[in-house]
Design a protein around this ligand. Structure first.
Ligand code: ADE
Length: 225
């Protein structure tokens, strides 16, 4: 999967791709990430990428021309399955969206900054608008990193144990059950006996029940769907 990220501040995005699972996915050749600094697509000497709103109002707006130049150049090089715009008024990211995007071959992610982009960018180029939650960040960059993390770990081969992404919370609309590791007893606090019983059908049934109970307690809305 190839991910092209368009931003005015690539420096705040790079380090998450230089550690842990995202780094390894790149090293394994499963994910190819490219950052594009919008200022490299500005022709005027001041490297201006934003301007005042028509009609007045606070906040600068990202101009269409550099974005058009960048997206058009990328599109002339390969076919993209999705051109995503990170914005607080987009569709809220969830696991099923992440699953869908993880199956794509080439995607572009455009990060908004300042007040956002000229509406014509959204009308002409964007195929999907994604929010990471009902709060406003200073830009789409951190949201884009979260989106990338959510999708990259789902790409086949990225996680060592193929089943581990499938047993995550939300994959079946249920939260994950409680998990434990050694020691089986610490300061008198014991691991549920069933988990050390070696009886795998019983363990599986216990996990299913716990997942259901946890979801009912913490996120009853998930059971309504
Ligand atoms: N840009 C600013 N706020 C955002 C949010 N909540 N999600 C995605 N992009 C954003």
């Amino acid at each position: 999967m190839r991910i092209d990220i368009i931003t005015v501040v690539p420096e705040i995005m790079k380090s998450p791709f230089e550690a842990s699972i995202m780094k390894r996915s790149i090293e394994k050749g499963l994910i190819d990430v490219h950052f594009h600094n919008l200022r490299d697509y500005v022709t005027d000497n001041y490297k201006q990428i934003d301007d005042y709103q028509f009609g007045g109002g606070a906040g600068m707006v990202m101009m269409i021309e550099p974005i058009d130049k960048c997206i058009s150049k990328l599109k002339s090089e390969r076919i993209y399955d999705e051109v995503i715009y990170m914005t607080p008024d987009g569709e809220t990211l969830n696991q099923s969206m992440a699953n869908g995007i993880s199956l794509k071959k080439n995607i572009i992610i455009l990060c908004g900054h300042y007040k956002g982009v000229d509406q014509r960018v959204r009308d002409q180029f964007i195929t999907k608008e994604i929010s990471i939650g009902d709060y406003v960040l200073s830009g789409g960059e951190l949201g884009a990193v979260i989106l990338c993390d959510a999708i990259i770990r789902l790409v086949p081969g990225v996680l060592g144990n193929e089943t581990s992404a499938l047993t995550d919370s939300f994959q079946d609309n249920l939260l994950a059950p409680p998990i434990y590791t050694r020691p089986a007893e610490y300061k008198g606090w014991k691991v549920p006996e069933v988990l050390t019983s070696g009886n795998f059908p019983k363990i599986e049934a216990w996990r299913e029940e716990q997942a259901y109970l946890r979801t009912k307690e913490k996120r009853p809305d998930l059971l309504e769907d």
